[in-house]
Ligand binder design. Structure first.
Ligand code: IDP
Ligand code: MG
Length: 137
């Protein structure tokens, strides 16, 4: 058990569909805390840095296109085992496999537009929080 901080994004599809409040409500209801929150539209270079691990994937181009297509909400979320806990709250990457009751299971149908991002490890969380909230966490 550990108090952790993680980067959560409500991606442009979630913002466009008016799901920001819904996602935040689930995070708060679960018992996690908001440490920082910002509405922002990513520059291409920032998006490429954020998704650097996927540079060689065939879907990298559309991924960067999509994440820069409109405003997103970036948050630092904290709590006990918040990194893994938020991944559970989000559901599987592919909404087809995401359990009903999870954010992706309840609100998404396709993998490219799956509403939320959450860091997948302490190393990713530190790196990603440094991109979105430099010098703060
Ligand atoms: P994650 O968001 O659950 O951590 P990752 O494997 O890190 O999943 O992929 C990053 C994002 O890239 C996913 O959330 C999804 O939107 C998109 N993605 C992943 N795999 C595919 C794919 O095969 N086709 C299109 N988009 C994908
Ligand atoms: Mg990931």
């Amino acid at each position: 058990m550990a108090d952790q901080k993680t980067l959560i994004l409500v991606k442009p599809d979630g913002v466009a569909r008016g799901l920001v409040g819904e996602v935040i409500a689930r995070i708060e209801r679960k018992g996690y805390r908001l440490e920082a929150l910002e509405l922002t539209t990513l520059e291409r270079a920032t998006a490429e840095e954020h998704y650097a691990e996927h540079t060689d994937k065939p879907f990298f181009g559309e991924l960067v296109e999509f994440i820069t297509s409109g405003p997103l909400v970036a948050m630092c979320v904290s709590g006990e085992d918040a990194i893994t806990g938020m991944r559970t709250l989000m559901g599987a990457t592919n909404p087809l496999e995401a359990t009903p009751g999870s954010i992706r299971g309840d609100f998404a149908t396709i993998i490219g537009e799956n509403i939320v991002h959450g860091s997948d490890s302490p190393e990713s969380a530190a790196r990603e929080l440094g991109i979105f909230f430099p010098g703060r966490f």
